[in-house]
Design a protein around this ligand. Structure first.
Ligand code: COA
Length: 211
């Protein structure tokens, strides 16, 4: 049984999703130093270039070789700029199930990039890697993330009560932990055949294994 994802490059209409490179470190550091990333992810706060270096060089590759998942840099095809990241984690190679999470750089939000990336990764996961389930977990107040889950055709399965600690910024500017519920969504191979508007709009994806 395969227990690691291959290194892969995934191309869509507007994007190329590929492994991280050292050259991504400055843009990745900037992207992760953002209030919404601080609020809704468990990334280090503040996020330093040392954190980005560690992620690109050590943590992301180790997660792939360990079989936990894969991290991909999302870049614009035309400009090659880093616009976001997509991550698969908590992968179960027996049930062929995994969890996806996403971040889009502040300046690139609202363009449909997270939606396009998630759909492309789902296609690769189901068609190429023969997975049977992709899960999304969105904190209850993270509306943008829920929009993405909905737009890719995710089915909402229920609520994990008190399951996540988000961060909240006080008027004084301090970040404090805030317990929150998680909404669980899933996508199965057959859901991709459903044909939402977004699937028609962002549907194209091609895959190129790098090893
Ligand atoms: C969630 C996130 C990845 C979305 O990225 P994106 O590339 O802007 O996503 P898309 O453009 O594909 O879709 C975003 C949708 O959310 C909507 N949206 C964005 N901000 C919103 C808000 N505050 N309230 C309601 N909807 C919002 C957008 O309008 C868009 O929907 P639309 O196309 O129907 O207008 C981005 O906001 C982000 O990086 N947030 C911080 C990290 C994060 O929360 N990650 C998810 C952890 S579960």
């Amino acid at each position: 049984m395969t227990t690691t994802f291959p290194d892969v490059s995934i191309s869509t209409e507007r994007l190329v999703l590929r492994p991280f490179e050292d050259a991504d470190i400055p843009a990745y550091t900037e992207m992760m130093n953002d209030d919404l990333v601080a609020a809704w992810t468990s990334a280090p706060l503040p996020y330093t270039s040392g954190d980005a270096y560690d992620w690109v060089r050590r943590i992301a590759p180790a997660q792939r070789t360990r079989g936990d998942g894969i991290a991909l840099a999302v870049t614009e095809f035309l400009t090659q700029r880093l616009v976001g990241t997509i991550r698969l984690r908590n992968t179960n190679w027996h049930t062929l199930a995994t969890e996806i999470s996403y971040v889009t750089a502040p300046w690139a939000r609202g363009e449909g990039y997270a939606t396009e990336s998630v759909l492309a990764v789902a296609k690769w996961l189901f068609r190429n890697q023969k997975f049977e389930r992709m899960e999304l977990r969105t904190p209850a107040d993270n509306t943008a993330s829920q929009q993405v889950a909905q737009k890719v055709g995710g089915i909402s399965e229920g609520v994990l009560r008190n399951a996540w600690i988000a961060r909240f910024q006080t008027d004084a500017g301090d970040w404090v932990d805030m317990r929150t519920d998680l909404i669980v969504w899933s996508l199965l191979p057959e859901d991709l055949e459903g044909g939402t508007d977004e699937m028609a709009q962002f549907g194209y994806a091609s895959f190129n294994e790098l090893n």
